[in-house]
Design a protein around this ligand. Structure first.
Ligand SMILES: O=C(O)C(=O)C[C@@H](O)[C@H](O)[C@H](O)COP(=O)(O)O
Length: 349
């Protein structure tokens, strides 16, 4: 299946399917000078023969978030420059969300921009590989340094997902669940009914596709995140803070962030938007570390949330909340009030 973006110009295709990598990639590489490949270490360990058959001498990225720092960025940049990269070359990035983020950032900054293709290999990256957000982390928090830079294509070969461990599926499912919430009540109920006890890849394909469509709808209307694209950050204000502080996988932290969003949305509304206890039990059954919330260091997490890119002043934190499933808005919450809400929640767990 091919899905085209619908920007005013410079559109690209998201190719999705089983065993499509070689055929789709060859369509692009023919138009470029040298092909430079960046690949996550763990993906290369599993798929070296497939990758070596397609490209020469890949540059290995450290596993996951370890690649998203200045040292790693500088190392890959200097390697590309020592190889004599040109603007008419192509960079291919193979890996999960973190590799895609740092690979995109490298592509957008080397020689002030070289074309690149995203080849996501995880469930999580159905989200992160689309929309052109690139980033590395800072000592102040997640994704604080980056650019918006569209890829030339995304090739999502679902065969890579077959080797993902349960922990990776659980992380990717966090973003699938977020997309379902953005989509509306029917999608949430349907997804929950297919995942009552555990997360099985086999039942997720339709939700991966609908998640990609939901993401595309937001990013094509508001690429630079001045309006509705912010809704894709549902669960991420708290999620990024606890991910960074507790070193949790991204999508696992997003689930904790979605739970906090539900609590804050309820407290902000006259009606109960979310039945918290049923979501708590559901997430716990799927293996999410809900107990982490009972022991959270509220002060530290508020300090990390104070660096969130959605914030507009120093006294409050920018949150995406829901008035009903599928209906979002942006709201600034005073830090004292948020502290009180988080402390209150801890007491109930
Ligand atoms: O594409 C977006 O916009 C999103 O917010 C999607 C998020 O799921 C994704 O994790 C993104 O990388 C977070 O970006 P950030 O701007 O909050 O750093």
């Amino acid at each position: 299946m091919d899905i085209e973006t619908t920007y005013n110009d410079n559109n690209y295709t998201i190719h999705i399917g089983w065993g499509i990598l070689e055929e789709k990639l060859l369509k692009y590489t023919a138009h470029y000078g040298t092909i430079h490949t960046l690949v996550d270490q763990s993906v290369y360990t599993l798929y070296s023969s497939t990758i070596d058959a397609l490209v020469d001498q890949p540059i290995i990225l450290e596993v996951g978030e370890k690649s998203k720092n200045f040292q790693s960025y500088a190392h890959v940049m200097e390697t590309l420059l020592s190889k004599g990269i040109h603007r008419n070359d192509l960079i291919i990035v193979i890996g999960g969300g973190a590799s895609g983020d740092v690979g995109g950032f490298i592509a957008s900054t080397v020689l002030r921009g070289v074309d690149y293709i995203q080849i996501p290999t995880t469930l999580l990256a159905h989200d992160s590989s689309i929309g052109g957000k690139t980033a590395i982390n800072s000592a102040h928090g997640k994704n604080l340094i980056g650019t918006f830079y569209r890829p030339q294509a995304v090739i999502y070969d679902l065969s890579f997902l077959k080797t993902l461990p349960q922990e990776e599926l659980r992380s990717g499912f966090g973003e699938i669940f977020k997309h379902a919430l953005l989509d509306g009540e029917d999608t949430v109920h349907s997804l929950m009914s297919k995942t009552t006890e555990n997360i099985q890849l086999e039942s997720l394909e339709p939700y991966i596709i609908s998640g990609i469509r939901t993401k595309m709808r937001h990013v094509t209307q508001d690429e630079k995140e001045a309006g509705i694209r912010r809704y894709l950050n549902l669960g991420h204000t708290f999620g990024h803070a606890i991910e960074y502080n507790d070193k949790l996988p991204h999508g696992v932290a997003v689930v904790l962030g979605l739970y906090i969003m539900m609590h804050v949305s309820n407290s902000n509304s006259n009606v109960q938007v979310f039945e918290l206890s049923s979501y708590y039990k559901y997430f716990k059954r799927l293996g999410y570390p809900m107990d982490t919330l009972k022991h959270m260091d509220v002060e530290k997490l508020i300090a990390l949330m104070s660096k969130d890119k959605k914030n507009q002043d120093d006294a409050s934190i920018g949150f995406i909340l829901m008035t009903e499933i599928g209906v979002c808005h942006y709201q600034q919450i005073a830090k004292e009030h948020l502290t009180q809400l988080l402390e209150e929640l801890k007491e109930t767990l």
